[in-house]
Design a protein around this ligand. Structure first.
Ligand SMILES: Nc1ncnc2c1ncn2[C@@H]1O[C@H](COP(=O)(O)OP(=O)(O)OP(=O)(O)O)[C@@H](O)[C@H]1O
Ligand SMILES: [Mg+2]
Length: 245
């Protein structure tokens, strides 16, 4: 079937548009469209070259198609989560969670990215932590975003430190890095949807912390940030201890 396009370009673009949540209707909508359209257009181009078997581009095209597919999948699931949080329809399934398991799941996945950036992930957890009561996948998702941000901003050859401490009725998780940090006047904005410091506006969509906040609050916890620019930035959140319920 070489030479026969599998997909029509318009169908691709329309398929992408279908996923754009109608609830995001403020001045940020254009940004969302761009983030969806760009990976879609890259896929259209790649698909053409793969379908037509365009010489040496074949293997390279498949690799790039896989990367853009992953970023699209992540973007669409972020938009879906965010839409549910905004609509008050975000639900979690609670069960006892061993903190060590959540930390291991989060750090194992992020370790490759850390190594690529020359950053070391250091975990410091209290010895006798109580179990927490929550949705393990969602707690890991919060840790992924905080660790991902820390790795993104940490200087090369530095450490990102992840801690878990038992406190009254809760376990407090923290993720610290020694990157540029967040200016004092911007601290109140960091959990706002689509907010990004100007210099980081090209790296991500600015939804990660808004979703993290929604997840933590759905567990009855709180999330906050402390930053001394250029010295230390720490994002922390609490999750309810099982024994505290
Ligand atoms: N550890 C950090 N150090 C410095 N700035 C940070 C840090 N974490 C977050 N920020 C700032 O907060 C912004 C919002 O973070 P958030 O995780 O919501 O979005 P993002 O990482 O830009 O994109 P996404 O998570 O949706 O891929 C970042 O763009 C950055 O400007
Ligand atoms: Mg992020």
């Amino acid at each position: 079937m070489l030479g026969v396009p599998i997909y029509d370009e318009d169908v691709f673009i329309q398929a992408g548009a279908l996923y754009i949540p109608r609830t995001v209707s403020d001045g940020q909508t254009t940004t969302t469209f761009n983030f969806i359209e760009i990976p879609l257009q890259v896929r259209i181009w790649l698909t053409k070259h793969i379908v037509f078997g365009a010489g040496g581009y074949y293997a390279q095209g498949l690799g790039s198609a896989s990367v853009t597919s992953k970023s699209m999948t992540r973007l669409l699931s972020d938009l879906l989560d965010f839409g549910k949080i905004e609509a008050g329809k975000f639900s979690i399934e609670k069960a006892p969670i061993r903190v060590e398991e959540a930390l291991a799941a989060a750090t194992e996945t992020m370790n490759l990215r850390a190594v690529e950036r020359g950053v070391e992930l250091v975990v410091r957890a209290d010895r006798h932590l109580p179990e927490i009561f929550g949705d393990k996948d969602r707690i890991v998702q919060v840790l992924w975003n905080l660790i991902g941000n820390a790795i993104k901003f940490a200087p090369e050859n530095s450490e990102v430190v992840i801690t878990a401490l038992a406190e009254t009725g809760v376990v407090t998780f923290s993720v610290s890095d020694s990157g540029p940090g967040i200016e004092k006047e911007n601290l109140p904005c960091v959990f706002d949807r689509f907010w990004q410091a100007e210099k980081s506006a090209t790296k991500g969509t600015g939804l990660g912390l808004a979703i993290a906040k929604g997840i933590v609050e759905a567990h009855g916890g709180r999330i906050w940030v402390e930053s001394t620019p250029g010295v230390k930035t720490t994002f922390s959140f609490t999750a309810p201890a099982l024994s505290g319920n």
